[in-house]
Design a protein around this ligand. Sequence first.
Ligand code: UDP
Ligand code: MG
Length: 322
Amino acid sequence: MENDKKLVTILVPAYNEQEVLHLLYDRLKTLMDEHSTYNFEILFVNDGSKDDTLKIMQELRKNDNRVCYLNLSRNYGKETAMIAGLDYSKGDCVIIIDADLQDPPELIPEMLKYWEEGYDDVYAKRKSRKGETFMKKFTSKMYYKTLQSVTNIEIQKDTGDFRLLDRRCVEALKSMRESERYTKGLFSFIGYNKKEIIYDRDPRAAGSTKWNYGKLINLSIDGLTSFTTAPLRWAAIFGILVSLAGFLYMLVIIFKAIFNGIDVPGYASTMVVILFLGGLQLIFLGVIGEYLGRAFYETKGRPLYFIDRYNEEKETNKDLNK
Ligand code: UDP
Ligand code: MG
């Protein structure tokens, strides 16, 4: 290995991806061979797969020493798999790419080109979303809109995690050890020189998506609550409005009672007010609880992940994982 060449890490988080790993490796290999001006490292992160993903990674490493793998102690989810990969990446830049070939590796040269021009974060923006349902497209659109309107930092729309990060972005991301990670927001949060490239997102090459609506809803709530306390503000403002209305209505009742005497029938209005306020209080308690829950997880300060092995060596968590 010549030392004057820059090292590019290609980071691939993978969970049950046995069907696609060989395909992915072949495409990456072609690319690496064509770009001999760089040294490459493919870093697979096995996120507790239950199939033969790990075995395939080990096999690939045997034949090609540019391949490294990190085996996590269980399934932690993609967000955590990514930070684990960043922690173990050695490259001068890191390219994060999905294992399922939805992110075409052929875009990497373009990313590298912009990196050489001085951009720190070259991200791929989806033009089309072939093979995704209307509902998924629609919900994702609405979600970006809401998120954007409540956060001060710019969140990139239609952008996944497929991107090239300069070493200093990687270090910035590594320094943020929050346990409920919302990486998409973190990419925006760190700033630096960003460059967008547009591409067609392909359908999954094989295997099946690990996402479902439950996970998506969770990620959405995490996204909101990890970046803004706006929902607390909404709750407060709404609470003020409702109590103002309640106060006015109280005046009305008092004056009515003074001038017209006590009027007993009032069951319906009482019930309406009790139910409405009760419901409201429960919702806002929930909102507060969301934030309290986050604070709870963060204060525990647990390591984000545990590692089973890095390449051939059995690992225990080192200082990396503060
Ligand atoms: N992934 C992971 N851990 C998980 C779920 C997914 O590392 O718990 C990886 C997965 O192997 C893939 C990437 O994250 O490389 C994106 O997952 P997927 O294709 O299922 O998501 P989608 O493209 O449908 O959003
Ligand atoms: Mg996918």
